[in-house]
Every structure is written in structure tokens, then in C-alpha cells.
Write a protein that binds this ligand. Structure first.
Ligand code: ADP
Ligand code: MG
Length: 482
């Protein structure tokens, strides 16, 4: 047994979620990602003296939405604090955040793992603003500063140290991203930094009841890197302890190129920031009615839809996960099955045809050409035995994509795809097949009943897929066995 097997990792996250509000947290500047450098700015973003912040209602509403989704207690009287530090991309010299009385307290998030689920406790959620961006690699001599991001509204979700593996962290972040997208509060785009997390990592002997000293790896916006950072820290800290050393509480930087961490600075304590209540913003007081209204308007959430898809529609877990990954797909599917009640066929059509089509064309579901009525009519042709399922998918569906507003039945007729159970038509084919294969007929009659498949195949081929299978099968047996 390796020494590493005697330890377990303990991880707590501070997740930053950039909100998709129109304007910034405390002024009217655009909060959108990107834009020419230093164009989404004003006297307030620049931190000029004499300017005053004002609250963005959407930020508060989004925080409450997330809090309700995570079973937090909404703190009906919360307020902002100043976190003071000097940095060139923070022109005010302080960040407006919440320290003492954050907007959401406690909560939990059930995350799905390969085998079962894990409940991760939430410590709190607070509102704050982002800093600007320092750019160190664009100019040979100088660092540059882009303040477009300065003042963009963030929520920070702080978890309890409940994670025990990098995989749990990965799943949590992926499912949190899905949640914020369902809630419509953030695009959850990690590559653009809309979601990033600080990972607090410590190790302890398995079975221990107290936590070890932790290090904090800052600003992970790729789950692949976060996994690597956690795995690297896990070994580094154990090696350190096993060789008689002590883990120091430090803030670390993760270097993606080498896959290693290195100290950025010693951990600062709360008193280093001289937190104090923000005097320019009054406390945020939330009435019961206000919270109830947000509760009532909550969109359906992934966990709830998954339950519904499995319990009410009888779909398996695999299909359910694919259909609920994206909110627009899940809601589309619910509309679809209002129109068409063979849920499994509907699921297959969405999963095997529609989603791959969207992927290939790189378009949104809203741009998918065929409407629900025609999709239902298409599937009903198969259910009613009018078009064989393979012909329907291979020939009719592509045609329908080209002419999405034509009635599937008429299209099938014009392409001559309608299956026939017309006895005259089938008898002809069956007789021909039997005449052409005297050896196989003899073998069948001598007991090789499996050959029925061969005869079916022949008739199908000759009919170009139009022979209705049940009637064909009955006719073949009649002729072969008479
Ligand atoms: P601070 O306010 O100094 O950043 P907190 O105690 O509020 O510290 O914790 C911040 C984060 O660190 C939380 O996500 C928490 O779960 C995590 N954390 C706290 N103690 C440990 C530990 N021993 N090991 C790993 N993570 C920890
Ligand atoms: Mg912290």
C-alpha cells in the first residue's frame, strides 16, 4: 500500500460566478464580456473620488434565485462591506463585497457521482464586484490594464470543506454551471472566466476527525487544471508531512505548463483587509413578498426535471441526462411529449437525430427547422406501420429537414415510401422470392426455420423497404408451409 493511500484530500471551494446582468454591480456600465479595452467604463468604474455606487436590482434577484436553488436561508437584512487592498486593476483601492452579513446563509447541493450522489454543504453566498484585468503579456515593457471587468457583478458561493476528491470538485463545478444556466443568472462560461473557483486543499490521515492545514489555489477556470492542481497538492502536502515538515497556510498559483503549484503569498487574514461596512450603500432589506415572488417565478431545475423524466415519462437515466443537460432541450422535450405520447421514441429522435444535427451545424435548438407537430407526425407514420422505421430515418427524415413545413405523410407518398400491406402487391413479391430460391425453400421445409429471416430480407429488398413486415411474414409462412 502506498503512503498516499493512507491519506484523504479535503477540499473546500470558493466559486465565483459572473452574472449576466446588463449593467455592472454599482453603476450603469455594460457588464458584457469583452469589448474594446476600457470602453465599458465610467467615472464609477474608474473609482474617481466623489462618485457613489448604487445597487443593481438584478444582482440581488439573481443571488436570491441561486440561494433558493441551493436551499440557503435568505438573509433578509444583509449589507455590503469594503475589502481594502491595493492593486492596479482595483482603482478604488477597495472591493465592495459582503463579509459580515452575506445575502444567503447555509444551504446544500446534491451532486451526482458515478455511483450515487454526494451532498455538499454551502457555507454562504455573497454578492460582490469583480476587479479589472491586468495584462502582462501584450507589451514588451509595460503591464496594461483593462477596466471593462471592473465592477462586473459576481456571486461567490463558499462551500464547507466537504469534497474528498478532484472528481467531486469537477462534478460540482459542472453541475453548478448547469444550475446557473438553468436559473438564467450566468452563462457559466469557464473559458471566459464567467465561472472560476479557488480551491482550498488540505490532507489528513484517513479516519482523522480534524482537518489539516490548508493551502488555497487561486482562480481555476478550467476543471482539467483544477483536477491537476488538487492531485499535485495532495501529493506535495503528504510528502511534506511524511518527511517531517509542516504545511503552511499559503495562497498558491497553479502553473498549467508544469502542472505544479508555487507560493504566491502567505495567506492574508481578514484583518489585513480592514473590512468595514460600506458607508455608501444602505443595508439590503428583502421583504417576504419579494422572496415569495422570486420563488413563484423559479424556472424548473435540472434535478426536478430529471426526476420527472424518469418517474413520469419512464425514461432511463442515460436518456434523462442527455435530455436535461441543456435547459432549452429539456423544455422542448416536455412540449414535444405533450403532442406525442410514445416518450421513448420521442427521446430517441431527439437524442439520435436532433442533437447530433445541432452539433454538426453548430446551431441552437431554436434554429432547428422541423417543428413539434411535424416531428410527431413523422413518428406516427412509423408507429402506424406506414413507413418502416429504417426507411423513415434514412430517407424521410433528411427530406423533412429540407422541407420542414411539408406534411410527412405527403412527403412519404411523393417519395413512394409508404409501406404496403396490400396482399396483391406482397403476394407477387413472395411468390417471386420463393421461385428464385428453391434450395432455401427445401431447407426451410426440412426444418431450417431460421431461414424465414432470409426470405423476409429478400422481400424487403425487392419492395425497396415498402413491404409491411407483419403481413409479409404471414404470407411467407403461408406459402412456405403449404
Ligand atoms: P477565509 O475566510 O480565510 O478564506 P474560510 O474558513 O472562510 O477562510 O474558508 C474558506 C474556504 O476554505 C471554504 O471553502 C472552506 O470550505 C475551505 N476550508 C476551510 N478549512 C479547510 C481545510 N482545513 N481544508 C480544506 N479546505 C478548507
Ligand atoms: Mg477566502
Amino acid at each position: 500500500m502506498s503512503i498516499y493511500d493512507q491519506y484523504e484530500a479535503v477540499v473546500g471551494l470558493e466559486v465565483h460566478i459572473q452574472l449576466s446582468t446588463k449593467s455592472k454591480a454599482f453603476c450603469g456600465d455594460a457588464a458584457a464580456f469583452g469589448g474594446d479595452q476600457n470602453t465599458h467604463i465610467s467615472a464609477i468604474s474608474l473609482g474617481l473620488p466623489g462618485t457613489l455606487p448604487r445597487l443593481n436590482k438584478s444582482q440581488v434577484e439573481y443571488a436570491v434565485r441561486l440561494g433558493l436553488a441551493l436551499n440557503s436561508k435568505i438573509n433578509q437584512r444583509n449589507f455590503f462591506d469594503r475589502k481594502n487592498y491595493f492593486y492596479t486593476d482595483l482603482p478604488k483601492g477597495y472591493q465592495i463585497t459582503q463579509d459580515n452579513e452575506p445575502i444567503c446563509l447555509g444551504g446544500n447541493f446534491d451532486i451526482e457521482m458515478k455511483n450515487g450522489s454526494r451532498n455538499i454543504r454551502i457555507h454562504h453566498i455573497h454578492m460582490e464586484e469583480d476587479a479589472g484585468k491586468s495584462i502582462h503579456d501584450q507589451h514588451p515593457k509595460y503591464s496594461q490594464i483593462d477596466l471593462n471587468r471592473a465592477g462586473v457583478p459576481l456571486l461567490e458561493v463558499v462551500t464547507e470543506p466537504d469534497f474528498r476528491s478532484a472528481e467531486e470538485v469537477d462534478n460540482f463545478m459542472t453541475q453548478m454551471r448547469q444550475l446557473v444556466r438553468y436559473l438564467g443568472i450566468s452563462d457559466g462560461n469557464m473559458e471566459q472566466g464567467s465561472m472560476r473557483c479557488d480551491c482550498n486543499i488540505s490532507v489528513r490521515k484517513k479516519g482523522a476527525t480534524t482537518y489539516g492545514q490548508r493551502c488555497e489555489v487561486k482562480n481555476m477556470n478550467s476543471m482539467r487544471f483544477a483536477r491537476k492542481a488538487i492531485e499535485f497538492e495532495f501529493k506535495r502536502q503528504i510528502d511534506l508531512i511524511e518527511s517531517g515538515g509542516k504545511v503552511l497556510q499559503q495562497t498558491l498559483n497553479f502553473d498549467a505548463a508544469t502542472g505544479t503549484t508555487s507560493p504566491l503569498r502567505d495567506k492574508e487574514d481578514a484583518h489585513d483587509y480592514r473590512y468595514f461596512p460600506e458607508p455608501d450603500l444602505p443595508p439590503v432589506v428583502l421583504a417576504d413578498d419579494y422572496i415569495d415572488a422570486i420563488k413563484t417565478a423559479m424556472p424548473p431545475l435540472p434535478a426536478q426535471l430529471k426526476k420527472q423524466f424518469q418517474k413520469e415519462l419512464g425514461l432511463n437515466e442515460y436518456d434523462t441526462n442527455l435530455l436535461t443537460e441543456d435547459k432549452s432541450v429539456a423544455l422542448f422535450f416536455l412540449d414535444f411529449v405533450k403532442e406525442y405520447s410514445n416518450y421513448k421514441s420521442a427521446a430517441n429522435l431527439v437524442i439520435n437525430k436532433i442533437l447530433p444535427f445541432l452539433n454538426e451545424k453548430n446551431i441552437a435548438l431554436s434554429q432547428f427547422p422541423i417543428g413539434i407537430k411535424n416531428l410527431s407526425a413523422f413518428l406516427k407514420l412509423i408507429d402506424d406501420g406506414q413507413v418502416s422505421s429504417s426507411i423513415a430515418y434514412q430517407r424521410l427524415f433528411p427530406e423533412l429537414l429540407e422541407k420542414p413545413n411539408s406534411a410527412p405523410l405527403e412527403l412519404a407518398q411523393s417519395l413512394n415510401l409508404i409501406q404496403s400491406s396490400d396482399i396483391g402487391f406482397l403476394e407477387d413479391l413472395v411468390q417471386k422470392t420463393i421461385e428464385n430460391n428453391p434450395d432455401k425453400v427445401k431447407a426451410y421445409q426440412n426444418g431450417k426455420k431460421g431461414l424465414i429471416g432470409f426470405f423476409m430480407g429478400e422481400v424487403m429488398k425487392q419492395s425497396k423497404g415498402k413491404a409491411e413486415p407483419k403481413a409479409t411474414n404471414a404470407l411467407l409462412r403461408k406459402y412456405l408451409e403449404s
